[in-house]
Design a protein around this ligand. Sequence first.
Ligand code: HEC
Ligand code: HEC
Length: 342
Amino acid sequence: MKKIKLVLSVGIILLFLSFNIKEGNPFYIPENWPKPFYNFEDNQLTRDKFELGRTLFYDETLSRDSTISCASCHLQYSGFTHIDHALSHGIDGEIGNRNSPVLINLAWNSFFHWDGGVNNLDKQAINPLIHPKEMGNNLPEVIRRLNNSKFYKKRFLSAFGDSVISTSNLLHALSNFTLALVSANSKYDLMKRGVAGSEFTDQEKSGYQLFLKNCNSCHTEPLFHSNAFKRNGLKIDEELKDIGRMAITQRKSDSMLFKVPTLRNIEFSFPYMHDGRFNKLKEVVDHYSSIPAHQLIVSKELKKIKKPFTDQQKKDLIAFLKTLSDKQFLYNKDFMFQRNER
Ligand code: HEC
Ligand code: HEC
């Protein structure tokens, strides 16, 4: 009798555990996509590290006065950027110099920031943590706070097997979260996979053709960026005087080169460009359309635009751009702040 009871209770415990076993780290490589650039050997992805990274991403106590978290400037429903202002807002109401980029499919980038000033995702997070206009903290203080927290000591122990929290493990946890932000389930993706009901309308088809002809050489499918720096004809903002890539390389030829951003979830990630100068996709398309008329200085790929787009073409292009919206990604519960984790 005792034996049966034991077997039964072990069985029940196992059953309970199997319902509670969490899935792995949500990062994956979508079918037919190129190989990612990120070196996964340096930072093995696990569920525990992902969840810890998520907690840290939403934690304001990482900033000097505990008011700003990564999510303050990178909101999920807009593709992990901010939408209510052109330039990022940080600690003490400080306004930064640039529009925060989306955080999407980061494993397929080999450099970061609009000017490529950072070339390693694992190091990137140091910038916002210590930037005087972002989180305004310093690394020793961040690490001291984490090591004073019983909650975090437990979480780091379970994720990294070490309860003494190091900068390296903090950064690896954060990149476990940001790497997992894979968006590959837009209407465009479903259409490509031949999923029933995802066929393009005539307008979307015509927009796609225009896109392939005029835009794809830089915003290259399926990632819709090309891991490159280009000049897309924007005039320099006289106040910000942001010269892009040249600030990093000091080469004159790199003046006004900016990282080609992905166009995934572009419908929701306004305002647009490195300084958030455009609020609407219509303004963006008008800009590209005005290149021939204004003879703007642009990278060679844009010289293919020989005459302005017609109003119909502009509408078609925008209809196509909206097929890149991925609601599964924008509302994925796994990426949201988890109330029960604090
Ligand atoms: C005050 C606003 C703000 C906060 C807070 C902030 N960021 Fe950012 N983030 C930005 C801006 C602005 C950029 C672009 C910087 C540039 O181009 O010089 C950026 C760029 C990035 C990038 C590079 C994306 C790319 O494709 O180039 C990553 C990754 C990132 N942030 C992650 C984080 C993480 C992780 C945190 C928290 C530790 C964080 N950010 C906190 C505003 C912010
Ligand atoms: C020569 C390469 C190139 C071509 C071709 C090109 N773009 Fe861009 N695009 C860029 C660069 C570089 C940026 C960022 C510029 C900046 O912020 O200063 C950009 C930015 C954008 C943005 C804003 C993205 C954001 O997150 O802020 C949109 C939208 C966009 N392009 C759409 C298009 C469309 C539509 C076409 C075709 C009509 C096109 N692009 C053709 C290089 C290109």
